[in-house]
Design a protein around this ligand. Structure first.
Ligand SMILES: Cc1cc2nc3c(=O)[nH]c(=O)nc-3n(C[C@H](O)[C@H](O)[C@H](O)COP(=O)(O)O)c2cc1C
Length: 323
């Protein structure tokens, strides 16, 4: 396997954890890094909120030693505000600063940030240039295929970002208008890969070691980024690494006990950091992920959706183990 690098930052594996607001907090990132992810990124942080010294945004940027290398992702639509945010982020010593040009959520793109930036190619270049000028770590950009099917411009944006000093591009092969559902266009990812000379990271619907390898071969990308499929299945990162290094060897899967043990430890850590009320609300969708594919998953999903304490979770775990 070739060495994976972004600028001067060496990554331990080509399987990277995607930023996911409300999911990939510090506990989640530590878990995925323990399970073999090559790199992780913070949840997106608002450059505007940082300019008001929002405590919540400051907390989103905290990085522990167990999750290195780790990037901080910022979003916004004003070059000078984004540069200030990058300066601010540097105080937490990230390994990389990542710029969000892909978020489709109306409350982000409706304000001209995230994926809406792709409608203004010149502004994309100005933002990257401004952030690169103040960052002493590599700056990367996460984009989509384009805004909609009539304005597919990922190749143009990738070239502009490279020219402005970006060290890598991650591309999610859907337009903003497609949000998360229609099939991913891996051909556009391949085109972006062949239009720039910085590393390109393929993203979208990678949910198995075999799929990761297939996407890497199809797009010629050296790295893949995994979001939703890691929820409840952080073992995916070590499976991908192992499959890429030794495709002939059988993959290792966790036992039910291991799976539920990691699930409980994961949620307990969240409770430690955030308190039970907030943690349990956020943990519901993660717990559902751990139950995916199990016998009686629909009923378990229902119960997981109502969890409100660690005690509920312990009881649920015991019931699942009893079968
Ligand atoms: C709950 C959720 C939150 C997300 N938050 C972010 C974010 O903060 N920044 C970002 O660039 N992308 C964000 N994304 C997009 C993912 O990083 C990724 O591009 C997308 O989920 C496609 O990859 P996947 O099919 O592996 O999940 C989010 C996705 C989800 C599902």
């Amino acid at each position: 396997m070739t060495e994976c690098k972004i600028g001067s930052v060496v990554l331990r594996s080509p399987a990277l954890l995607a930023p996911m607001a409300g999911v990939s907090d510090r506990v989640y990132r530590e878990l995925c890094m323990d399970m073999g992810a090559g790199y992780c990124v913070s949840e997106m942080v608002s450059s505007k909120a940082l300019s008001f010294h929002s405590k919540k945004s400051e907390e989103l940027m905290e990085i522990s030693s167990r999750e290195r290398p780790c990037g901080i992702q910022i979003f916004g639509d004003e070059p000078s505000c984004m540069a200030d945010a990058a300066r601010h982020a540097m105080e937490n010593h990230p390994d990389i600063i990542d710029i969000n040009m892909g978020c489709p959520a109306p409350k982000i793109s409706g304000n001209g940030s995230g994926s809406a930036l792709m409608r203004h190619p010149q502004l994309c270049g100005e933002i990257v240039r401004a952030v690169v000028a103040v960052s002493d770590v590599p700056v990367t950009v996460k984009i989509r295929k384009g805004w909609d099917d009539e304005s597919v411009n990922a190749v143009e944006i990738a070239k502009i970002c490279e020219h402005a000093g970006a060290s890598a591009i991650t591309i999610h092969g859907r337009t903003r208008m497609q949000f998360y559902h229609p099939p991913v266009d891996y051909e556009i990812i391949r085109q972006v890969r062949h239009s720039v000379s910085i590393p390109v990271i393929a993203n979208g619907d990678i949910d198995s070691a075999q799929k990761a390898k297939e996407v890497m071969e199809r797009t010629d990308c050296d790295m893949v980024m995994i979001g939703r499929a890691s929820m409840g299945n952080p073992w995916l990162f070590m499976q991908i690494k192992s499959y890429l290094e030794h495709p002939g060897q059988p993959l290792s899967y966790p036992t039910l006990e291991e799976k539920l043990g990691v699930m409980v430890a994961h949620v307990a850590k969240m409770v430690e950091y955030k308190g039970e009320y907030i943690a349990m609300k956020q943990a519901r969708k993660l717990v559902i992920g751990y139950f995916k594919g199990m016998r009686g998953a629909a009923a378990l999903r229902n119960e997981a959706g109502r969890l409100s304490s660690m005690d509920d979770l312990y009881k649920l775990k015991s019931r699942v183990l009893r079968g």
